[in-house]
Design a protein around this ligand. Structure first.
Ligand code: GRF
Length: 206
């Protein structure tokens, strides 16, 4: 039996992964509620998507930091998530490194989705990196978040072939299709209490 988990979604952009999580909740496939949405970008579409669904949504100004969530912004984010009852944090296109304060507030409860088969192609625009490298396969990875960039234990991966006529756009679109299935699935395993972390390995219990 799955517990009902309460997810805070953090994103910086379009929010299509947020949408796939919200759809999975609505259809009953994911045993969760979305507690709130936070963005570091004031006009990010993810905030608009959340408001349309009457989900509490908030911009948090992360200055003076450019690449991390730290200091006063981190404290504000943690308190906003806690106020809305979040017990799980899903990073969905959140373009900042999370630091010790958030990691300590949500130990083993922060997950991320990355558009490559990690550990290949961490960092930015991974679909472009894979295409330019000449890889024949790429994909997406859902993983627990640790202090590094795209380094935490891997929960789930889905592979995508790189086709001869792929452009960065066509490849990214096919990776995103897989992301939209992978993220709700991984969160459902978390809700069902099936994930067991053993060092770097995440075992998915039956
Ligand atoms: C996704 O490709 C995700 O893997 C990466 O950022 C992108 C976010 O897309 N971390 P969206 O905002 O969910 O549409």
């Amino acid at each position: 039996m799955a517990n009902l988990i309460s997810i805070a979604v953090l994103g910086s952009g379009n929010g299509s992964n947020f949408e796939s999580i919200a759809n999975a909740v609505e259809s009953g496939m994911l045993s969760a509620r979305i507690a709130c949405v936070i963005s570091d970008v004031p006009d990010a579409f993810i905030l608009e998507r959340a408001r349309r669904r009457n989900i509490p949504a908030r911009h948090i100004d992360c200055a003076p930091f450019k690449t991390k969530l730290d200091g006063a912004a981190e404290r504000e984010a943690v308190s906003y998530m806690q106020r809305h009852g979040a017990d799980t944090v899903a990073l969905a296109g959140f373009m900042r490194i999370v630091k010790g304060g958030l990691l300590a507030a949500y130990p083993n409860r922060i997950v991320n989705i990355h558009p490559s088969l990690l550990p290949a192609f961490p960092g930015l625009e991974s679909w472009k990196q894979a295409l330019e490298y000449g890889a024949k396969w790429t994909g997406c990875t859902v993983h627990f978040v640790d202090g590094g960039m795209d380094t935490g234990p891997i929960i789930l991966q889905r592979a995508v072939p790189i086709l001869d006529d792929d452009t960065t756009e066509s490849l990214h679109a096919r990776i995103q299709e897989q992301e939209h299935a992978a993220y709700p699935q991984a969160l459902q395993w978390l809700a069902e209490g099936r994930l067991q972390v053993q060092g770097r390995r995440v075992l998915v219990r039956a």
